[in-house]
Design a protein around this ligand. Sequence first.
Ligand SMILES: O=C[C@H](O)[C@H](O)COP(=O)(O)O
Ligand SMILES: C=C(OP(=O)(O)O)C(=O)O
Length: 364
Amino acid sequence: MNALLDTVETARPVAVDQSGHAGAATMAQPLPTPGALKEAIALQPALKEQIAGHRQAIRNILNGQDSRMLVVMGPCSIHDRDSALDYARRLKDLADEVSDSMVLVMRVYVEKPRTTVGWKGLAYDPHLDGSDNMAEGLASTRRLMRDITALGLPIACELLQPMLSAYMEDLISWAAVGARTTESQIHREMVSALPMPTGFKNGTDGGIQIAIDAMGASRHGHRYPGFDDSGCPALLHSSGNPDTHLVLRGGHHGPNYDAQSVERTSSALRAAGVSTAIMVDCSHANSDKDPARQPLVLDEVIGQRLNGASSLVGVMLESHLETGKQALGGPLRYGVSITDGCLGWVDTEHHLRRAAQRLAIRHT
Ligand SMILES: O=C[C@H](O)[C@H](O)COP(=O)(O)O
Ligand SMILES: C=C(OP(=O)(O)O)C(=O)O
């Protein structure tokens, strides 16, 4: 371990404000700078090239130059390295098997947006016990993302806290902005500087307009305050991200992947002059958070696509080694989600193969 990280990981909290006002930040703990962490857990040139290739492959699908289906799949959240790597190895084999009709990208989600409170992800709390050792969480995240990339897989990640994106964005091939943050100007500014294709989810109320606005805003360049790689506050200049698209994830009033919703959405995207590429999230409000429903959503999307809905270029699945989810607090079962319920690996493989076969028939 790099000496700088050792120092940071063992640094004692420093009191910066002891006013005791409710809600005031009372302690500060130093974190490594993005530059220092990138140097300590570096990305070799061959992996950088691989990631550039994966980003281009995803762009080609979004632009309609590649008719394969983009599939973003993996655990709702990553909470342990072993099961994540176990999942990644299986996914790599499956990705090679279905590569004629699909491009599989692994969800390596290390930050979780919470409806109220809850565990916020590996980057925040790698020990899952509220100790919030973020210096260690960021280092574990980078190491894991690098090792999954080295297996030959592209990585997908939701970027939630804009300050954290600098620690990992060089490793990510497809990024998401979640339903709870699509409307945020700060996230749109962040996306305008990202070097990879990015999906904006519709809002939790099911509204797509905020995502359309987000795509319009983030394709422009912005000037906004942030931190440079050495951790200094700076006015950042972005040049705009031309590779954004919408992710339909359903909303409080129900799913939005049915043919009528997809047609209505496609017309709205066309009218707004933004990308008409649509990814359907088979989980969340599209399956009422019941993992057993995800294959039904997948089947329906493939059916619509085979019937000519060419804007449906991607799907998202929440899938882990084992089915369902478990509560944090007691002993944990290996390979089971600690956030939203997931499809287990056996079902994942079965349904993905089936979908790939249906798509392959269309190709022949
Ligand atoms: O994908 C994960 C969850 O749906 C999202 O983070 C909200 O989770 P929560 O409602 O359990 O806080
Ligand atoms: C939190 C997620 O989704 P959403 O923003 O749609 O709730 C997710 O995909 O993990």
